[in-house]
Design a protein around this ligand. Structure first.
Ligand SMILES: [Zn+2]
Length: 140
């Protein structure tokens, strides 16, 4: 797979607010926190709903297909360990049906010249190590 960081420099640190996300990710499922009180999604997860201040959350599964809201192409290895993985395309993907939730992930296996804002992408998973996966995206 071209366009992902080497596993040895990826460290997933979850908190009580993000643990359900990472647990689902390890099963290759994308779940997003939705306020149980007012039904607004909030991502990344936060202790309080920005709309109504509730702390109640339902974790809702999402297919992960979306559109590129923004992206950057990383061509220089600030960290020497990433040199072999370049270029990296780090994208912000907007997820439909979520009142504007956006998720960050690399776009993989594509020439950076073929990537543009507004393009449709589909979710895939990068298995960093046993039990730890991170979202990545492919052009649809
Ligand atoms: Zn709310």
């Amino acid at each position: 797979m071209q366009g992902v960081l080497p596993p040895e420099i990826i460290s997933i640190m979850s908190t009580v607010w993000t643990e359900p996300f990472w647990r689902a990710a390890s099963e290759h499922r994308l779940v997003l926190p939705r306020c149980r009180a007012c039904s607004e999604f909030r991502f990344p997860p936060t202790p309080f709903c920005p709309s109504c201040s509730s702390q109640e959350i339902d974790w809702v599964e999402h297919a992960g297909s979306g559109t590129i809201y923004s992206y950057t192409v990383i061509r220089h290895a600030v960290i020497p360990d990433v040199a072999a993985a370049l270029p990296l395309i780090a994208a912000v993907v907007e997820l439909p049906g979520t009142n504007g939730c956006r998720i960050i992930g690399n776009i993989v296996d594509v020439d950076p010249a073929d990537v543009a804002i507004g393009q449709a992408v589909t979710l895939d998973w990068y298995d960093v190590r046993a039990g730890e996966s991170v979202p990545i995206f492919r052009l649809a």
